[in-house]
Design a protein around this ligand. Structure first.
Ligand SMILES: CC(=O)SCCNC(=O)CCNC(=O)[C@H](O)C(C)(C)COP(=O)(O)OP(=O)(O)OC[C@H]1O[C@@H](n2cnc3c(N)ncnc32)[C@H](O)[C@@H]1OP(=O)(O)O
Ligand SMILES: CC(C)C(=O)C(=O)O
Length: 515
C-alpha cells in the first residue's frame, strides 16, 4: 500500500516550554533543535518570538542552526506578533509563521471579547499578512475542541482562502474524545470547499490522558500533521508525546495508511536531553522512553522473552535508541532469568542442586530488596559456595539491642559442630557486641586485623558487604558476608572467617584441635 506522509511538527521548544518550570535558554533550545533535526522532525516550533527578547533570539538561533527541518514561530493573530515572528525566522532555510486565534464561544466571549465575525476578520487579516512575509503559513483555531462545527467550517475556509497552507484544529484544553474528535476532523475535510488546498493538523493536550489517542483517531480521519512534544511535555498535563505517535504509526502499519520520516533511533537520546535540560524526569513506566518500557521483571515474561523476544515485546528497544532491553531480577523472577544472568556473568554451578540453593537465597534477598544487581548476585554465589563448604560454625539466630545512651547487647545462637549454643555479650557497638558473643562460645584466639563494610549497590535497601580478616599463629584468613542488615552481614563475615581458619588448620594439621 502506498503510504501518505504524516508531518511531524514538534513543539517541545514552544508548547513544551510552556510547562511551568521548563523554560530553556537559547543554547539549550539550539541543542534540542539539532537533535530533533537529526531525528528528521519535519517542523520544529522554536518559540513565540514576541514573548520576550530571549525567545526572539532563541527562535532566530534555531532558525540559523537548523537546515533540514522547517523552523516555525507562533504568533497571535496580530500584526506585531506576525512581524516579530517573520523577523526571527529570517535566517531559516525553511521558515513557517504559525498564527492563531480562539474560535470557541467561551474564548471569543470572555477572553477575546470579540464577536465571531470580528474573529474571522482578524484571522483573515493575520493569515494575509503572514503570507506576504512568508510562503509557509499555518493557522490554528484555538480551542477548536470546544468550537461549533459550522463556525469552524467558516473560519477554516476563510483562512485557506487567505493563504494558510496548514490548518490546525487544536484540542487546547484536552476535552476531546477520540471518536468525536475524529468526526470533527472528518466533517471539516468534507464540508470545507477548499480543504484540499491545506494540510489538516491536530494539536492535542493531555488533560484527560487522551492526547495520543485523539491525535491518532484524527490521523485515521484524514489529518496529515500531528503536533507533539518529546516526553509529552507541554502546558498543564502536556501534549501528545512524539515518541508514542511515531511508534504507534510505525508499529501498526496494518492500521495506519501513513508513515513519518522520523529516525526513531534518536528518540531515547533526545528524550534524555529534554529531560536533563528541563529537569523534568521521565516516569519509569512512560511508553517508549521510560526506564521500564523495555524491562521485564516477572519470571513468566522473562522466560518468554528469553525464548522468543516478541512474546512480550511489540517494539525493539534498540530501534528507539536503547542499548538493549532489560531482564531485571527481582522477587517475581524465575529460574530461567536467574540462570541466564549468572551465565552472562560467567558463573555456572556444578549441579542443579547448587543452582537451586542459590535460587532460594536469591528469592530471600529479593523479598528484602527491590532490585537485584549483578554485584548482589556475585555476593550471593559466594554465600552459596561458602555454605556448601564444610561449616563448623553456623549462625542460627541473633538479636541486637542498640539504643541511644545504652551499651549495645547482642544475643547469638550458634550451631557449633552440630550443637546449638547460646551466648550474649555487651560491646562498644552492635558489631563489637556480636563478635564478643560469638567469641564467648568459640574462643578462637584470633585477632581481628581488618573489618570493612561496603554498600554493594546504591540506595538504602542496598546490601552491605562486610570483609573481616582474622589472624592466628601466622595464619591469616578473610571472611565475607552480605546482607541488607549490616550487623547480620558482619556476623556472617566473622563466622565465615572462623570457618576458613578451621579449614586451614585442618589442611595443615589433619588432626587439628578445632577452632
Ligand atoms: C493555547 C496556547 O498555547 S496559546 C500560546 C500561549 N503562550 C503564551 O501565552 C506564551 C507567550 N505569551 C506572552 O509572552 C504574552 O502573553 C504576550 C507577549 C503574547 C502578550 O502579553 P500581553 O500583551 O501582556 O497580554 P496578556 O498576555 O496579558 O493578554 C493576552 C492578550 O492577547 C489577546 N489574545 C489572546 N490570544 C490572541 C490571539 N490569538 N490573537 C489576538 N489576540 C489574542 C487577549 O485577548 C489579551 O488581549 P487584551 O490584553 O486586549 O485583553
Ligand atoms: C496555539 C495552539 C496551537 C495551541 O498551542 C493550543 O491550542 O493548545
Amino acid at each position: 500500500m502506498n503510504k501518505e506522509h504524516l508531518v511531524i511538527f514538534d513543539t517541545t521548544l514552544r508548547d513544551g516550554e510552556q510547562s511551568p518550570g521548563a523554560s530553556m535558554t537559547r543554547e539549550e533550545k539550539v541543542r534540542i533543535a539539532l537533535m530533533l533535526e537529526k531525528m528528521r522532525v519535519d517542523v520544529i516550533e522554536a518559540g513565540f518570538a514576541i514573548a520576550s527578547e530571549g525567545d526572539f533570539e532563541a527562535v532566530k538561533a534555531v532558525a540559523a542552526a537548523v537546515k533540514d527541518s522547517t523552523v516555525c514561530s507562533l504568533s497571535r493573530a496580530m500584526e506585531a506578533d506576525i512581524r516579530r515572528a517573520a523577523e526571527a525566522l529570517q535566517p531559516a532555510a525553511s521558515g513557517r509563521i504559525h498564527t492563531f486565534i480562539a474560535t470557541s464561544p467561551i474564548h471569543m466571549k470572555y477572553k477575546l471579547q470579540m464577536q465571531p465575525d470580528q474573529v474571522v476578520e482578524q484571522a483573515v487579516k493575520a493569515v494575509r499578512l503572514a503570507r506576504n512575509l512568508m510562503d509557509d503559513v499555518e493557522f490554528s483555531c484555538e480551542d477548536a475542541g470546544r468550537s461549533e462545527i459550522d463556525f469552524l467550517c467558516r473560519i477554516v475556509e476563510a483562512a485557506i482562502a487567505a493563504g494558510a497552507r496548514t490548518i490546525n484544529i487544536p484540542d487546547t484544553v484536552g476535552y476531546a474524545i477520540p471518536e468525536l474528535y475524529a468526526e470533527q476532523i472528518r466533517q471539516l475535510i468534507e464540508r470545507v470547499p477548499n480543504s484540499d488546498q491545506a494540510i489538516f493538523s491536530v494539536h492535542c493536550h493531555n488533560d484527560l490522558g487522551l492526547a495520543v489517542a485523539n491525535s491518532l483517531a484524527a490521523v485515521q480521519a484524514g489529518a496529515r500533521q500531528v503536533e507533539c512534544t518529546i516526553n509529552g511535555l507541554g502546558e498543564r498535563a502536556g501534549n501528545a508525546a512524539l515518541e508514542e505517535i511515531v511508534m504507534a504509526v510505525r508499529t501498526r502499519p496494518d492500521v495506519f495508511s501513513v508513515e513519518t520520516r522520523i529516525e526513531p533511533v534518536h528518540i531515547v537520546p533526545t528524550s534524555r536531553l529534554v529531560s536533563t535540560v528541563t529537569g523534568f524526569p521521565v516516569q519509569p513506566n512512560k511508553a517508549i522512553v521510560g526506564k521500564n518500557a523495555f524491562a521485564h521483571e516477572s519470571g513468566i515474561h522473562q522466560d518468554g522473552v528469553l525464548k522468543h523476544r516478541e512474546t512480550y515485546e511489540i517494539m525493539k528497544a534498540q530501534d528507539v535508541g536503547w542499548h538493549t532491553n532489560a531482564i531485571v531480577l527481582g522477587k517475581h523472577s524465575g529460574r530461567n532469568a536467574f540462570r541466564t544472568r549468572l551465565q552472562e556473568l560467567g558463573i555456572s554451578f556444578a549441579t542443579e542442586q547448587e543452582l537451586n540453593n542459590a535460587f532460594i537465597l536469591f528469592k530471600q534477598l529479593a523479598d528484602k530488596k527491590h532490585e537485584i544487581y549483578d554485584e548482589d548476585l556475585q555476593a550471593l554465589v559466594t554465600d552459596t559456595r561458602a555454605a556448601a563448604a564444610a561449616e563448623h560454625v553456623q549462625l542460627v539466630a541473633m538479636e541486637v539491642q542498640s539504643k541511644t545512651g545504652e551499651t549495645p547487647l547482642a544475643q547469638v545462637v550458634l550451631n557449633v559442630e552440630g550443637q546449638e549454643q547460646n551466648a550474649q555479650a555487651e560491646g562498644s557497638g552492635p558489631v563489637d557486641a556480636v563478635y564478643k558473643a560469638i567469641e564467648s562460645v568459640i574462643s578462637s584466639g584470633a585477632s581481628l586485623e581488618l573489618y570493612s563494610v561496603n554498600a554493594i549497590t546504591s540506595g538504602t535497601d542496598s546490601q552491605g558487604e562486610v570483609t573481616v580478616r582474622l589472624a592466628r599463629g601466622g595464619r591469616i584468613v578473610n571472611g565475607l558476608g552480605a546482607d541488607t542488615d549490616i550487623v547480620i552481614a558482619s556476623a556472617k563475615a566473622y563466622i565465615n572467617a572462623l570457618n576458613a581458619l578451621q579449614t586451614s588448620v585442618e589442611r595443615t594439621h589433619p588432626q587439628g584441635t578445632g577452632i
